[in-house]
Design a protein around this ligand. Structure first.
Ligand SMILES: *Cc1c(COP(=O)(O)O)cnc(C)c1O
Length: 479
Protein backbone atom coordinates (compact mmCIF):
# COMPACT_ATOMS: atom_id res chain seq x y z
CA UNK A 1 0.00 0.00 0.00
CA UNK A 2 1.58 3.25 -1.06
CA UNK A 3 1.25 6.20 1.27
CA UNK A 4 1.22 8.60 -1.67
CA UNK A 5 -1.68 10.68 -2.92
CA UNK A 6 -2.14 11.53 -6.63
CA UNK A 7 0.40 14.06 -7.88
CA UNK A 8 -2.15 16.85 -8.38
CA UNK A 9 -3.25 16.49 -4.79
CA UNK A 10 0.35 16.49 -3.63
CA UNK A 11 0.89 19.74 -5.51
CA UNK A 12 -2.02 21.25 -3.60
CA UNK A 13 -0.43 20.12 -0.34
CA UNK A 14 2.76 21.88 -1.35
CA UNK A 15 0.79 25.04 -2.11
CA UNK A 16 -0.89 24.89 1.28
CA UNK A 17 2.41 24.41 3.06
CA UNK A 18 3.76 27.27 0.94
CA UNK A 19 0.93 29.49 2.16
CA UNK A 20 1.73 28.64 5.74
CA UNK A 21 5.40 29.53 5.17
CA UNK A 22 4.42 32.76 3.40
CA UNK A 23 2.22 33.76 6.34
CA UNK A 24 5.11 33.16 8.70
CA UNK A 25 7.43 35.24 6.50
CA UNK A 26 4.89 38.07 6.40
CA UNK A 27 4.60 38.17 10.16
CA UNK A 28 8.00 37.25 11.45
CA UNK A 29 9.31 40.81 11.83
CA UNK A 30 6.44 41.75 14.14
CA UNK A 31 6.01 38.50 16.02
CA UNK A 32 7.00 38.27 19.66
CA UNK A 33 10.40 36.60 19.68
CA UNK A 34 9.81 34.44 22.75
CA UNK A 35 6.21 33.29 22.85
CA UNK A 36 6.16 33.60 26.63
CA UNK A 37 4.60 30.21 27.29
CA UNK A 38 5.53 28.19 30.33
CA UNK A 39 7.04 24.72 30.04
CA UNK A 40 3.76 23.27 31.29
CA UNK A 41 1.80 25.03 28.58
CA UNK A 42 4.06 23.71 25.81
CA UNK A 43 4.08 20.21 27.32
CA UNK A 44 0.29 20.32 27.27
CA UNK A 45 0.32 21.21 23.56
CA UNK A 46 2.23 18.05 22.76
CA UNK A 47 0.74 15.68 25.27
CA UNK A 48 -1.38 13.22 23.36
CA UNK A 49 -1.42 9.48 22.71
CA UNK A 50 0.01 7.95 19.56
CA UNK A 51 -2.53 8.67 16.81
CA UNK A 52 -3.97 5.38 15.47
CA UNK A 53 -6.17 6.89 12.79
CA UNK A 54 -5.22 9.06 9.84
CA UNK A 55 -6.00 12.77 9.69
CA UNK A 56 -6.58 15.00 6.70
CA UNK A 57 -3.51 17.04 5.82
CA UNK A 58 -5.55 20.23 6.21
CA UNK A 59 -6.17 19.39 9.82
CA UNK A 60 -2.50 18.47 10.41
CA UNK A 61 -1.41 21.77 8.86
CA UNK A 62 -3.87 23.72 10.94
CA UNK A 63 -2.41 22.07 14.04
CA UNK A 64 1.01 23.20 12.84
CA UNK A 65 -0.40 26.74 12.62
CA UNK A 66 -1.91 26.62 16.07
CA UNK A 67 0.59 24.58 18.00
CA UNK A 68 3.89 25.28 16.27
CA UNK A 69 3.73 28.78 14.80
CA UNK A 70 2.07 30.26 17.87
CA UNK A 71 4.58 28.83 20.35
CA UNK A 72 7.94 28.72 18.60
CA UNK A 73 10.76 31.03 19.48
CA UNK A 74 10.94 33.27 16.43
CA UNK A 75 14.62 32.64 15.78
CA UNK A 76 14.39 33.25 12.03
CA UNK A 77 13.13 36.76 12.72
CA UNK A 78 15.22 39.94 12.85
CA UNK A 79 15.07 40.53 16.61
CA UNK A 80 16.50 37.22 17.78
CA UNK A 81 20.04 37.98 18.96
CA UNK A 82 20.60 34.89 21.10
CA UNK A 83 23.46 32.38 20.93
CA UNK A 84 24.82 32.21 17.37
CA UNK A 85 21.71 31.83 15.28
CA UNK A 86 21.17 32.77 11.69
CA UNK A 87 17.76 33.10 10.09
CA UNK A 88 18.27 30.64 7.25
CA UNK A 89 17.42 31.80 3.76
CA UNK A 90 14.57 31.36 1.29
CA UNK A 91 16.56 29.52 -1.38
CA UNK A 92 17.49 26.88 1.18
CA UNK A 93 13.83 26.43 2.10
CA UNK A 94 13.30 25.21 -1.46
CA UNK A 95 16.43 23.06 -1.22
CA UNK A 96 15.15 21.36 1.93
CA UNK A 97 11.88 20.49 0.27
CA UNK A 98 13.62 19.06 -2.77
CA UNK A 99 16.07 17.17 -0.55
CA UNK A 100 13.31 15.47 1.38
CA UNK A 101 11.53 14.43 -1.80
CA UNK A 102 14.65 12.83 -3.28
CA UNK A 103 15.60 11.11 0.00
CA UNK A 104 19.17 10.46 -1.06
CA UNK A 105 21.46 8.56 1.27
CA UNK A 106 25.09 9.43 0.77
CA UNK A 107 26.59 6.59 2.70
CA UNK A 108 28.29 5.30 -0.44
CA UNK A 109 29.05 6.80 -3.82
CA UNK A 110 26.70 4.58 -5.83
CA UNK A 111 23.79 5.13 -3.43
CA UNK A 112 24.05 8.84 -4.04
CA UNK A 113 26.68 9.91 -6.58
CA UNK A 114 25.34 13.44 -6.89
CA UNK A 115 25.10 14.24 -3.21
CA UNK A 116 28.54 12.74 -2.62
CA UNK A 117 30.20 14.85 -5.29
CA UNK A 118 28.15 17.93 -4.43
CA UNK A 119 29.18 17.63 -0.77
CA UNK A 120 32.81 17.39 -1.80
CA UNK A 121 32.38 20.40 -4.08
CA UNK A 122 30.67 22.66 -1.56
CA UNK A 123 33.36 21.90 1.01
CA UNK A 124 35.97 22.89 -1.61
CA UNK A 125 33.97 26.10 -2.09
CA UNK A 126 33.93 26.69 1.67
CA UNK A 127 37.70 26.10 1.72
CA UNK A 128 38.16 28.55 -1.16
CA UNK A 129 35.93 31.08 0.60
CA UNK A 130 38.10 31.14 3.72
CA UNK A 131 41.47 30.62 2.03
CA UNK A 132 42.07 27.01 3.06
CA UNK A 133 43.72 24.57 0.60
CA UNK A 134 41.14 23.13 -1.79
CA UNK A 135 43.06 19.85 -1.84
CA UNK A 136 41.71 19.20 1.64
CA UNK A 137 38.85 16.77 2.23
CA UNK A 138 35.58 18.03 3.59
CA UNK A 139 32.37 16.60 4.96
CA UNK A 140 29.13 18.12 6.16
CA UNK A 141 27.84 17.05 9.55
CA UNK A 142 25.04 18.17 11.80
CA UNK A 143 26.97 21.02 13.43
CA UNK A 144 30.13 22.34 15.00
CA UNK A 145 30.07 20.13 18.07
CA UNK A 146 29.95 16.98 16.01
CA UNK A 147 32.49 18.43 13.59
CA UNK A 148 34.92 19.24 16.42
CA UNK A 149 34.45 15.72 17.75
CA UNK A 150 35.19 14.40 14.26
CA UNK A 151 38.42 16.44 14.06
CA UNK A 152 39.65 15.50 17.54
CA UNK A 153 39.03 11.85 16.61
CA UNK A 154 41.34 12.38 13.62
CA UNK A 155 43.98 14.12 15.75
CA UNK A 156 43.88 11.26 18.27
CA UNK A 157 44.08 8.63 15.52
CA UNK A 158 47.02 10.26 13.77
CA UNK A 159 49.01 11.49 16.78
CA UNK A 160 48.41 8.72 19.29
CA UNK A 161 51.52 6.67 20.13
CA UNK A 162 49.43 3.47 20.07
CA UNK A 163 47.01 1.89 17.60
CA UNK A 164 43.81 3.41 19.01
CA UNK A 165 41.59 1.62 16.50
CA UNK A 166 42.58 -1.81 17.83
CA UNK A 167 43.95 -1.18 21.28
CA UNK A 168 42.14 1.90 22.47
CA UNK A 169 44.16 4.48 24.37
CA UNK A 170 45.03 2.12 27.24
CA UNK A 171 48.65 1.59 26.32
CA UNK A 172 49.35 5.28 25.91
CA UNK A 173 50.44 7.84 28.44
CA UNK A 174 47.65 10.40 28.96
CA UNK A 175 47.11 12.29 25.69
CA UNK A 176 46.65 16.02 26.11
CA UNK A 177 44.73 18.60 24.07
CA UNK A 178 45.06 22.40 24.37
CA UNK A 179 42.53 25.13 23.83
CA UNK A 180 42.04 28.60 25.26
CA UNK A 181 39.91 29.13 28.35
CA UNK A 182 37.36 30.61 25.92
CA UNK A 183 37.23 27.39 23.85
CA UNK A 184 33.85 25.86 23.06
CA UNK A 185 32.31 23.28 25.40
CA UNK A 186 32.20 20.77 22.55
CA UNK A 187 35.88 20.10 23.22
CA UNK A 188 35.11 19.07 26.80
CA UNK A 189 32.47 16.71 25.44
CA UNK A 190 34.79 15.37 22.76
CA UNK A 191 37.72 14.54 25.06
CA UNK A 192 35.25 12.89 27.43
CA UNK A 193 33.76 10.72 24.69
CA UNK A 194 37.06 9.93 23.00
CA UNK A 195 38.31 8.46 26.26
CA UNK A 196 40.98 11.12 26.67
CA UNK A 197 39.53 12.62 29.84
CA UNK A 198 38.43 16.16 30.56
CA UNK A 199 41.32 16.85 32.89
CA UNK A 200 43.68 16.35 29.96
CA UNK A 201 41.98 19.14 28.04
CA UNK A 202 44.27 21.99 29.07
CA UNK A 203 42.55 25.37 29.22
CA UNK A 204 45.14 27.99 28.36
CA UNK A 205 44.70 31.52 29.76
CA UNK A 206 43.64 34.39 27.51
CA UNK A 207 44.77 38.01 27.29
CA UNK A 208 42.52 41.02 27.82
CA UNK A 209 41.20 40.60 24.28
CA UNK A 210 40.11 37.04 25.13
CA UNK A 211 42.80 35.55 22.83
CA UNK A 212 44.97 32.59 23.78
CA UNK A 213 48.36 33.56 25.25
CA UNK A 214 50.82 31.76 22.94
CA UNK A 215 53.65 31.62 25.49
CA UNK A 216 51.32 29.99 27.99
CA UNK A 217 50.36 27.41 25.35
CA UNK A 218 53.96 26.62 24.54
CA UNK A 219 54.84 26.35 28.20
CA UNK A 220 51.89 24.05 28.99
CA UNK A 221 52.82 21.65 26.19
CA UNK A 222 56.48 21.66 27.24
CA UNK A 223 55.59 20.96 30.85
CA UNK A 224 53.28 18.08 29.95
CA UNK A 225 56.01 16.53 27.81
CA UNK A 226 58.52 16.81 30.64
CA UNK A 227 56.04 15.03 32.88
CA UNK A 228 55.76 12.12 30.46
CA UNK A 229 52.37 12.97 29.01
CA UNK A 230 51.68 12.82 25.28
CA UNK A 231 50.38 16.08 23.77
CA UNK A 232 48.40 15.42 20.58
CA UNK A 233 46.53 18.56 19.58
CA UNK A 234 46.61 22.35 19.88
CA UNK A 235 43.46 24.27 19.02
CA UNK A 236 43.13 27.84 17.80
CA UNK A 237 39.71 29.45 18.08
CA UNK A 238 38.77 31.68 15.16
CA UNK A 239 35.84 33.52 16.64
CA UNK A 240 35.05 32.51 20.21
CA UNK A 241 31.45 31.82 21.08
CA UNK A 242 31.52 34.29 23.95
CA UNK A 243 32.95 37.40 22.32
CA UNK A 244 34.14 36.57 18.79
CA UNK A 245 37.83 36.78 19.74
CA UNK A 246 40.19 35.31 17.14
CA UNK A 247 43.36 33.62 18.43
CA UNK A 248 46.70 34.34 16.78
CA UNK A 249 46.48 31.37 14.41
CA UNK A 250 50.04 31.69 13.14
CA UNK A 251 51.35 31.58 16.70
CA UNK A 252 49.25 28.49 17.46
CA UNK A 253 50.43 26.82 14.23
CA UNK A 254 54.09 27.63 15.05
CA UNK A 255 53.77 26.02 18.48
CA UNK A 256 51.99 22.94 17.12
CA UNK A 257 54.72 22.53 14.49
CA UNK A 258 57.45 22.95 17.09
CA UNK A 259 55.95 20.17 19.22
CA UNK A 260 54.83 18.05 16.27
CA UNK A 261 51.19 17.95 17.34
CA UNK A 262 47.95 18.27 15.36
CA UNK A 263 46.80 21.84 14.74
CA UNK A 264 43.05 22.31 14.74
CA UNK A 265 41.17 25.56 14.19
CA UNK A 266 37.63 25.97 15.49
CA UNK A 267 36.14 28.50 13.08
CA UNK A 268 32.58 27.20 13.51
CA UNK A 269 31.20 30.69 13.92
CA UNK A 270 33.87 33.14 12.76
CA UNK A 271 35.39 31.30 9.78
CA UNK A 272 33.39 32.96 7.00
CA UNK A 273 34.66 36.37 8.12
CA UNK A 274 38.08 35.28 6.84
CA UNK A 275 36.66 36.17 3.42
CA UNK A 276 35.80 39.74 4.38
CA UNK A 277 38.22 42.62 3.93
CA UNK A 278 38.94 44.60 7.06
CA UNK A 279 38.84 41.52 9.29
CA UNK A 280 40.38 38.83 7.07
CA UNK A 281 43.85 39.55 8.49
CA UNK A 282 42.66 38.23 11.86
CA UNK A 283 42.49 34.78 10.29
CA UNK A 284 46.04 34.73 8.90
CA UNK A 285 47.48 31.28 9.52
CA UNK A 286 44.19 29.38 9.24
CA UNK A 287 45.59 27.79 6.08
CA UNK A 288 48.29 26.10 8.18
CA UNK A 289 45.86 24.11 10.33
CA UNK A 290 45.61 20.34 9.89
CA UNK A 291 41.86 20.60 10.31
CA UNK A 292 39.25 23.34 10.44
CA UNK A 293 35.62 23.37 11.56
CA UNK A 294 33.31 25.89 9.93
CA UNK A 295 29.53 25.93 10.11
CA UNK A 296 27.60 26.89 6.98
CA UNK A 297 24.57 26.99 9.31
CA UNK A 298 26.05 29.93 11.18
CA UNK A 299 27.61 32.74 9.20
CA UNK A 300 26.91 31.45 5.70
CA UNK A 301 23.18 31.88 6.26
CA UNK A 302 22.30 28.24 5.57
CA UNK A 303 19.52 26.86 7.81
CA UNK A 304 20.26 24.16 10.42
CA UNK A 305 21.84 21.65 10.21
CA UNK A 306 25.11 22.07 8.35
CA UNK A 307 28.44 21.95 10.15
CA UNK A 308 31.58 21.56 8.06
CA UNK A 309 34.84 19.68 8.57
CA UNK A 310 37.96 20.34 6.52
CA UNK A 311 41.02 18.10 6.91
CA UNK A 312 44.12 19.07 4.99
CA UNK A 313 45.25 15.52 4.18
CA UNK A 314 42.23 13.50 2.99
CA UNK A 315 43.99 10.27 3.95
CA UNK A 316 43.99 11.32 7.61
CA UNK A 317 40.23 11.61 7.55
CA UNK A 318 39.84 8.27 5.84
CA UNK A 319 42.31 6.54 8.14
CA UNK A 320 40.13 7.56 11.06
CA UNK A 321 36.68 6.55 9.87
CA UNK A 322 37.11 3.77 7.33
CA UNK A 323 35.50 0.55 8.48
CA UNK A 324 33.92 -1.54 5.73
CA UNK A 325 31.80 -4.57 6.66
CA UNK A 326 30.72 -7.14 4.05
CA UNK A 327 27.28 -5.71 3.46
CA UNK A 328 28.85 -2.41 2.40
CA UNK A 329 31.30 -4.00 -0.05
CA UNK A 330 28.95 -4.95 -2.85
CA UNK A 331 29.78 -2.28 -5.40
CA UNK A 332 32.66 -2.02 -7.84
CA UNK A 333 34.95 0.75 -6.63
CA UNK A 334 37.48 0.74 -9.46
CA UNK A 335 36.91 4.25 -10.73
CA UNK A 336 37.38 7.37 -8.63
CA UNK A 337 34.47 6.73 -6.30
CA UNK A 338 34.51 8.31 -2.85
CA UNK A 339 32.35 6.66 -0.21
CA UNK A 340 31.59 9.34 2.37
CA UNK A 341 30.95 6.73 5.07
CA UNK A 342 34.73 6.34 5.16
CA UNK A 343 35.18 10.01 6.03
CA UNK A 344 32.82 10.51 8.95
CA UNK A 345 30.98 8.74 11.74
CA UNK A 346 27.48 8.60 10.20
CA UNK A 347 26.56 5.89 7.77
CA UNK A 348 23.17 7.07 6.58
CA UNK A 349 23.48 10.78 5.94
CA UNK A 350 21.05 13.21 4.35
CA UNK A 351 21.75 15.28 1.26
CA UNK A 352 22.95 18.32 3.23
CA UNK A 353 24.98 19.73 0.37
CA UNK A 354 21.96 20.76 -1.70
CA UNK A 355 21.01 23.70 0.53
CA UNK A 356 24.62 24.88 0.70
CA UNK A 357 25.06 24.54 -3.07
CA UNK A 358 21.79 26.27 -3.91
CA UNK A 359 22.51 29.05 -1.39
CA UNK A 360 25.96 29.74 -2.83
CA UNK A 361 24.72 29.49 -6.42
CA UNK A 362 21.70 31.72 -5.95
CA UNK A 363 23.32 34.47 -3.88
CA UNK A 364 26.96 34.14 -4.95
CA UNK A 365 30.03 34.49 -2.75
CA UNK A 366 30.15 38.24 -3.24
CA UNK A 367 26.73 38.80 -1.72
CA UNK A 368 27.53 36.43 1.14
CA UNK A 369 30.68 38.44 1.88
CA UNK A 370 28.73 41.72 1.74
CA UNK A 371 26.11 40.34 4.11
CA UNK A 372 28.79 39.26 6.60
CA UNK A 373 30.29 42.75 6.29
CA UNK A 374 26.88 44.24 7.14
CA UNK A 375 26.64 42.04 10.24
CA UNK A 376 30.03 43.31 11.40
CA UNK A 377 28.81 46.87 10.81
CA UNK A 378 25.66 46.15 12.85
CA UNK A 379 27.85 45.08 15.78
CA UNK A 380 29.90 48.27 15.41
CA UNK A 381 26.68 50.30 15.36
CA UNK A 382 25.57 48.73 18.65
CA UNK A 383 29.02 49.27 20.19
CA UNK A 384 28.77 52.97 19.32
CA UNK A 385 25.33 53.19 20.90
CA UNK A 386 26.62 51.48 24.06
CA UNK A 387 29.56 53.86 24.27
CA UNK A 388 27.39 56.98 24.28
CA UNK A 389 24.73 55.56 26.59
CA UNK A 390 25.93 56.14 30.13
CA UNK A 391 23.78 53.36 31.64
CA UNK A 392 25.35 50.74 29.37
CA UNK A 393 28.87 49.35 29.53
CA UNK A 394 30.77 47.38 26.89
CA UNK A 395 32.22 44.24 28.54
CA UNK A 396 34.65 42.97 25.89
CA UNK A 397 36.09 43.99 22.54
CA UNK A 398 33.78 43.07 19.65
CA UNK A 399 36.08 42.18 16.74
CA UNK A 400 33.40 40.32 14.71
CA UNK A 401 29.62 40.40 15.27
CA UNK A 402 29.17 39.48 18.94
CA UNK A 403 28.70 42.28 21.47
CA UNK A 404 28.82 41.76 25.25
CA UNK A 405 27.55 44.56 27.48
CA UNK A 406 25.76 45.20 30.75
CA UNK A 407 23.36 47.61 32.33
CA UNK A 408 24.71 50.00 34.97
CA UNK A 409 22.12 51.89 36.89
CA UNK A 410 23.06 55.51 36.45
CA UNK A 411 23.34 57.59 39.59
CA UNK A 412 23.57 54.76 42.10
CA UNK A 413 27.01 53.31 42.88
CA UNK A 414 26.68 49.55 42.57
CA UNK A 415 29.24 46.92 43.40
CA UNK A 416 29.99 43.97 41.11
CA UNK A 417 27.67 41.65 42.96
CA UNK A 418 24.74 44.03 42.66
CA UNK A 419 25.48 44.59 38.98
CA UNK A 420 25.52 40.84 38.38
CA UNK A 421 22.18 40.49 40.09
CA UNK A 422 20.61 43.33 38.14
CA UNK A 423 21.86 41.97 34.84
CA UNK A 424 20.83 38.38 35.62
CA UNK A 425 17.33 39.65 36.29
CA UNK A 426 17.36 41.90 33.27
CA UNK A 427 18.23 39.01 30.95
CA UNK A 428 15.26 37.08 32.28
CA UNK A 429 12.97 40.10 31.91
CA UNK A 430 14.04 40.65 28.32
CA UNK A 431 13.15 37.04 27.53
CA UNK A 432 9.72 37.28 29.13
CA UNK A 433 9.03 40.66 27.54
CA UNK A 434 9.44 39.03 24.13
CA UNK A 435 10.08 42.10 21.97
CA UNK A 436 13.72 41.11 21.47
CA UNK A 437 15.70 38.01 22.42
CA UNK A 438 19.22 37.91 23.79
CA UNK A 439 21.20 35.57 26.02
CA UNK A 440 23.62 36.07 28.87
CA UNK A 441 27.18 35.06 29.59
CA UNK A 442 30.05 35.76 31.96
CA UNK A 443 32.99 37.97 31.05
CA UNK A 444 35.81 37.56 33.60
CA UNK A 445 33.19 36.48 36.11
CA UNK A 446 30.77 39.36 35.48
CA UNK A 447 27.29 38.83 34.06
CA UNK A 448 26.90 40.28 30.59
CA UNK A 449 24.17 40.44 28.00
CA UNK A 450 25.39 38.97 24.77
CA UNK A 451 24.01 39.65 21.34
CA UNK A 452 25.11 38.14 18.05
CA UNK A 453 24.43 39.47 14.57
CA UNK A 454 24.38 36.77 11.93
CA UNK A 455 20.81 37.28 10.75
CA UNK A 456 20.62 39.10 7.42
CA UNK A 457 17.08 40.25 8.30
CA UNK A 458 18.20 42.44 11.19
CA UNK A 459 18.14 46.16 10.46
CA UNK A 460 19.34 49.17 12.43
CA UNK A 461 15.82 49.92 13.67
CA UNK A 462 15.81 46.47 15.31
CA UNK A 463 19.06 47.33 17.08
CA UNK A 464 17.54 50.64 18.20
CA UNK A 465 14.61 48.68 19.60
CA UNK A 466 16.97 46.29 21.38
CA UNK A 467 18.64 49.22 23.15
CA UNK A 468 15.28 50.79 24.02
CA UNK A 469 14.00 47.54 25.54
CA UNK A 470 17.19 47.02 27.56
CA UNK A 471 17.11 50.59 28.91
CA UNK A 472 13.41 50.43 29.72
CA UNK A 473 13.60 47.07 31.52
CA UNK A 474 16.96 47.94 33.06
CA UNK A 475 15.42 50.93 34.78
CA UNK A 476 12.63 48.69 36.02
CA UNK A 477 14.83 45.95 37.54
CA UNK A 478 17.32 48.36 39.12
CA UNK A 479 14.66 50.57 40.71
C1 LIG B 1 28.66 27.26 17.71
C2 LIG B 1 30.03 26.82 17.97
C3 LIG B 1 30.35 25.46 18.08
C4 LIG B 1 29.29 24.40 18.09
O1 LIG B 1 28.56 24.37 16.91
P1 LIG B 1 27.10 23.68 16.91
O2 LIG B 1 26.74 23.70 15.48
O3 LIG B 1 26.24 24.56 17.77
O4 LIG B 1 27.25 22.33 17.48
C5 LIG B 1 31.67 25.12 18.22
N1 LIG B 1 32.63 26.06 18.29
C6 LIG B 1 32.36 27.38 18.20
C7 LIG B 1 33.48 28.37 18.27
C8 LIG B 1 31.05 27.81 18.06
O5 LIG B 1 30.77 29.11 18.01
Amino acid sequence: MSLDVPTRQFQRWIEEAGELIAEYYEEKSDKRVFAGKSAGEVIALFDEPLPEKSSEIESVLSEVREKVLESITNSAGPKYFGYITGGGNQVAVLAEMIKASLNQNNLKWHSSPVSTEMERLVMRWVAAFIGYPETSAGVLLSGGSVANFNCLAVARKIKSPVDVAEEGVYGSPPQTVYVSAEGHSSFDKAVDMLGLGKKYLRKIPVDEEQRIIPDALDEAIGKDKENGLHPICGIGVAGTTNTGAVDDLNAVADICEKHNIWCHVDAAYGGPAAAVSGVSHLFDGIERADSVVINPHKWMFVPFEAGGVLVKDPEHLRATFSTIPDYLKSDKTGDARTDLMEYNLPLTKEFKALKVWMTLKAYGAQKIRETIREDIDKAAYLVEKIKVEHSLELMAPAPLSIVCFRYRSPGAERNEKELNKINDELIHHVEQDGRVFLTGTKIDGATAMRVCFINHRTERRHIDELVEVVLELGELVSA
